[in-house]
Write a protein that binds this ligand. Structure first.
Ligand code: AKG
Ligand code: FE2
Length: 319
């Protein structure tokens, strides 16, 4: 009969019969997949990628979808948050800028600042009851994930780790995009062609179709992958990377049959942050492509340029 392992107290070596063949021993597994080159390539070619196995539990993602859908079923919560004043930090608005845009877009969107959480959460909607708990945990996890992705981007670009962990990332806005069913989806858009203005966006959109990206002069549907997050490179990251990464144009289609709800976490610089190509990426062979500016100046020029249909980065280009 075999002896119990726990009774063999004075072994000097591991008995032959326990030794695994060398290829199956622990430590011989394939090294973890290095995602850095893939992230850099996707950010250069598309300005977008999808992230799976990101560590945010599926249960939290399900809860998030439930509370945001629940929010849109509560007329009073919506009315409380609805605001025409752009100064209100946590507000529900419709379209992009209803007063000034020529054509309206088929979208309602609560927008809520969320970093640091304790400074903002008391202004968030009260209902559904779990809204603050669930969205609070989600926003913290999305921010951590954004910083992790940045570390990978820093590694890929040759920037020091934590390059963005200062006023480049001091603002985080959570936007819930709600696109109700539309009588004729061929006549409308949920959002027009745009690139996000900020540095990086993480978008959770459940399993619904609707998001398209612009590449090589045509629109491509972004296939929903269960529980994946879409990552968008924004205009500011294009500038800081001195054009090595590209902000990705995208738009949102509407649907006649179903409402679609998505949640975006937008990491912005502080309004006074100086934005410019990172010094480590500029030398005599790689001159800066953009001039320095303050983020708040970019934001006001962006609105004017969008109305005038001018590409928003052109006014900062050096060549
Ligand atoms: O809802 C989506 O699929 C995209 C939303 C988006 O592009 C945005 O909020 O900037
Ligand atoms: Fe966007």
């Amino acid at each position: 009969m075999e002896k119990l392992l726990s009774c063999r107290s004075n072994l000097k070596d591991v008995p032959e019969s326990y030794i695994l063949p060398s290829e199956s021993r622990p430590g011989k597994e394939a090294p973890p997949c290095n995602m850095v080159p893939q992230i850099i390539q996707a950010s250069q070619e598309f300005g977008h990628f999808q992230l799976v196995n990101h560590g945010i539990p599926n249960k939290l993602l399900d809860d998030v979808m439930q509370v945001v859908k629940g929010f849109f079923e509560l007329p009073t919560e919506k009315e409380n948050l609805y605001s025409k004043g752009l100064k209100q930090s946590c507000r529900l608005y419709t379209n992009i800028n209803y007063a000034s845009e020529g054509v309206h877009y088929w979208r309602d969107a609560p927008r809520q600042p969320c970093h640091p959480l304790e400074e903002h959460i008391q202004n968030w909607p009260h209902k559904p009851t779990l809204y603050r708990d669930v969205m609070g945990s989600f926003s913290v996890k999305l921010r951590e994930l954004s910083l992790q992705i940045w570390d990978m981007i820093c590694e890929g670009l040759g920037l020091e780790f934590g390059y963005f962990n200062d006023e480049h990332s001091s603002v985080q806005l959570l936007t819930i995009n709600h696109y109700p069913p539309c009588l004729d989806a061929s006549l409308t858009l949920g959002l027009p062609k745009h690139s996000d203005v900020n540095l990086i966006t993480l978008l959770y959109r459940g399993e619904m179709h609707g998001l398209q990206i612009w590449k090589d002069e045509q629109w491509y549907l972004v296939e929903p992958i269960p529980n994946a997050l879409v990552v968008n490179i924004g205009h500011m990251l294009q500038i800081v990377s001195n054009g090595k990464l590209k902000s990705g144009d995208h738009r949102v289609m509407t649907s006649k049959e179903v409402a679609r709800t998505t949640i975006g976490s937008f990491i912005h610089p502080s309004v006074n942050c100086q934005i410019e190509p990172a010094k480590a990426l500029v030398d005599e062979w790689n001159p800066p492509l953009y001039m320095p500016f303050q983020y708040k100046d970019f934001l006001s020029a962006y609105i004017a340029d969008t109305h005038a249909r001018l590409p928003p980065l052109d006014r900062y280009k050096l060549q």
